[in-house]
Ligand binder design. Structure first.
Ligand code: 5GP
Ligand code: MN
Length: 326
């Protein structure tokens, strides 16, 4: 038994947390872990605490039981999935602070905070991959498998990003053998969009700018735009991935205004020589080499200018070979 399983076995009460604005991997890893524990130890009390997620994930097992309000309840074990800093768990931090033990399962590049008990594998495709490897497969039921598969799908861009490995595909195969409806998981949560989402995507692409000698595509949504289309932060995942599909660009930058002049920045690299996690961490954010994010203040032009200056340190470095040159 590994340390993760020993801690689970020893705890009567367990809370599971993820990052703010939960995405597919965050939901998949938290819910998948809960369902795994419940299959293996039906008497344990396990709760998942997360902010509300997009409605498209509603059909995932366990979605309706997620608690959205933080509490000062004391759990014996707190498992944090898909982030490795208390700043990323938002208001649910209090649950981690009160817990007897904290265990972190993640695949982001570690930030400043160090955890004594953790499994953090930055090379892994997703947190679902990391957590599956800590589990005994014989207790992964169909519901848990559906959740874990969701995380693999979302963080690999449906098995195409270069974080996808042979091992990722082996896990996907193993999860498929549990009888999951993999087609619906992919279509309903990854590809299908609401009409409002399609409109916003169109708007961002139309207004976008090719900057830095066409090596970077930049797009933005102000709070006013978001009100006009009646969309929230939950509706705009996927925009930056579409932007990165532009031929020749080395990176895509998408920003949206969360509160007045306070922008969430999403960065995507298309070029192995460009590490966007470096750019994000310069501004206090983080993520992965090819996908990272941070938060910045100012007008949308200020934010894009500031990000551009930081990107230029890599794009303009001697020896950098741009995709646009190929
Ligand atoms: P996204 O652009 O999809 O929001 O995020 C891309 C990646 O960067 C994700 O793995 C996400 O967890 C990470 N990320 C996004 N924003 C932040 C941030 O503000 N801080 C940190 N540490 N990571 C972030
Ligand atoms: Mn993830």
């Amino acid at each position: 038994m590994n340390e993760f399983e020993k801690l689970i076995e020893a705890a009567e009460s367990i809370c599971i947390l993820g990052h703010t604005n939960p995405d597919g991997d965050c939901l998949g890893s938290t819910l998948g872990t809960k369902l795994y524990i419940q299959e293996r130890y039906p008497d344990k009390k396990v709760n998942v605490y997360l902010q509300t997620a997009n409605e498209k994930f509603r059909f995932m097992p366990g979605f309706d039981d997620i608690i959205h309000v933080p509490s000062d309840r004391k759990y014996q074990l707190c498992i944090i999935c898909d982030c490795n800093g208390y700043d990323r768990v938002g208001d649910f931090k209090i649950l981690a602070e009160h817990a007897e033990n904290v265990y972190v399962v993640d695949h982001h590049i570690p930030g400043n905070q160090k955890f004594e008990k953790c499994t953090i594998i930055p090379e892994a495709s997703s947190t679902c991959e990391v957590v599956y490897d800590l589990m005994d497969d014989s207790f992964v039921n169909k519901d848990a498998a559906s959740c874990l598969y969701l995380g693999l799908v979302h963080d690999t861009g449906v098995f195409k990003y270069n974080c996808t490995s042979k091992h990722t595909m082996e896990i996907a195969g193993q999860l498929m053998s549990k009888g999951i409806d993999f087609g619906s998981i992919i279509d309903d949560t990854y590809y299908t969009k609401t009409y409002a989402q399609q409109q916003v995507m169109g708007r961002v692409l139309t207004e976008s700018l090719m900057i830095m000698d066409k090596r970077c595509i930049a797009g933005w949504l102000t709070a006013k735009d978001m009100r006009f289309y009646n969309v929230t932060s939950k509706d705009i995942d996927g925009i930056v991935s579409t932007m990165r599909e532009t031929r020749g660009v080395d990176c895509a930058v998408f920003i949206y205004e969360m509160t007045n002049q306070n922008y969430k920045v999403s960065l995507r690299s298309n070029n192995n020589m460009l590490d966007v996690a470096k750019v994000a961490s310069h501004f206090g954010g983080g993520g992965h080499k090819m996908a990272a994010g941070c938060t910045l203040q100012g007008s949308h032009f200020d934010v894009i200018n500031n990000v551009t200056k930081e990107l230029a340190k890599q794009l303009d470095a001697p020896g950098f070979v741009s995709n646009s040159a190929q």
